[in-house]
Write a protein that binds this ligand. Structure first.
Ligand SMILES: NC(=O)c1ccc[n+]([C@@H]2O[C@H](COP(=O)([O-])OP(=O)(O)OC[C@H]3O[C@@H](n4cnc5c(N)ncnc54)[C@H](OP(=O)(O)O)[C@@H]3O)[C@@H](O)[C@H]2O)c1
Length: 287
């Protein structure tokens, strides 16, 4: 299966009725629709973040990625800033470097998210587990948004995406209790922020993926298998069961999430703000 631009027509012209007798034409050129835009993708070296960074690059944006470690395969078109975003100094470093190098930021994709807490439910978790998870999943985006919003507001232009998770509304308690709670907080914060800054010209959106087939989710399955003394296949089945099954029959590929984010940050999604999009192959069983 092929995803991305080759599937799209090169150009679409939309006509907007301005008054009874006149129309205004908008032209969208998919291959260059982000030309001139500066974009930051946190956690852009692996998994969904890597796919999102490559998708925005393909659309013509200048793309900056961050992570603690350099990407395994170097892509000289992506500008890498090493940083631990779970720490206030790390987010400040990224904000300062981006603004001093590029002068502004147009698109912020808060993709970083992680969970490394032990299995065993509430009793297995200490304050440090809760704090580190909340730092990476909730406070990193909060600090980055706070750092980049002033210049967006000044220019009355910008898009902020928060990558949350279906665990924000369908929490699994065994090994991801703090992660699920932090993603629920992120969804709620994203809505509040949108209420505040959409009137100032900034679009704020939440994307909540279900299971994505990444190296991180593979490692997570391995950990579940080790803890339960089971095989990876049994661990996979236990996660599927806990989720109530995935009607589509498989996890998402990172490129499928990236394709949707590419659309959301583009001018084609110009009226979308303040809402959450779930991309989960039908996993969440309620409306
Ligand atoms: N995978 C899934 O099934 C799934 C499901 C629902 C939602 N999501 C969400 O989707 C997003 C992407 O997930 P993914 O599975 O694609 O992630 P991933 O493959 O684990 O990649 C995580 C990225 O974040 C970086 N990172 C981790 N901790 C960091 C820190 N403290 N500071 C800076 N960078 C850090 C990693 O690089 P370094 O380790 O080098 O820092 C890497 O680039 C996350 O928000 C996740 O919660 C994922």
């Amino acid at each position: 299966m092929q995803f991305g631009f080759p599937l799209l027509p090169e150009r679409v012209i939309l006509r907007k009725f301005v008054s009874k007798n006149s129309t205004m034409e908008y032209q969208f050129n998919y291959n260059n629709e982000l030309q001139g835009k500066i974009a930051l993708v946190t956690g852009g070296t692996k998994g969904a973040g890597k796919a999102i960074a490559e998708r925005l690059l393909q659309a013509g944006a200048t793309v900056i990625i961050t992570a603690r470690n350099a990407p395994e395969e170097e892509n000289s078109n992506l500008h890498f800033i090493p940083s631990d975003l779970s720490k206030a100094e790390g987010t400040q470093k990224v904000i300062s470097e981006v603004l001093s190098t590029y002068g502004r930021l147009d698109i912020l994709v808060n993709n970083l998210g992680s969970s490394s807490t032990p299995a065993g439910g509430f009793a297995a978790l200490n304050d440090e587990d809760w704090e580190s998870t909340l730092q990476a999943n909730l406070l990193a985006p909060v600090r980055l948004d706070r750092g980049f919003l002033p210049q967006m507001i000044e220019r009355k232009s910008g898009v902020i995406i928060h990558i949350a998770s279906i665990q924000g509304k369908l929490p699994l308690y065994d090994s991801t209790l703090p992660y699920a709670a932090s993603k629920a907080g992120l969804r709620n914060y994203s809505k509040s922020l949108s209420n505040e800054v959409t009137p100032k010209g900034i679009r704020v959106l939440t994307v909540s993926p279900g299971w994505i087939n990444t190296t991180a989710s593979e490692a997570w399955l391995g950990e579940i298998a080790r803890n339960a003394n089971s095989t990876v296949e049994e661990a996979q089945q236990s996660v599927m069961d806990a989720l109530g099954g995935i009607p589509f029959g498989r996890p998402a590929e990172p490129k499928e999430v990236a394709e949707f984010v590419g659309f959301l940050v583009s001018p084609r999604a110009g009226y979308l703000t303040g809402t959450e999009f779930i991309i989960d192959g039908g996993t969440v069983p309620t409306i």
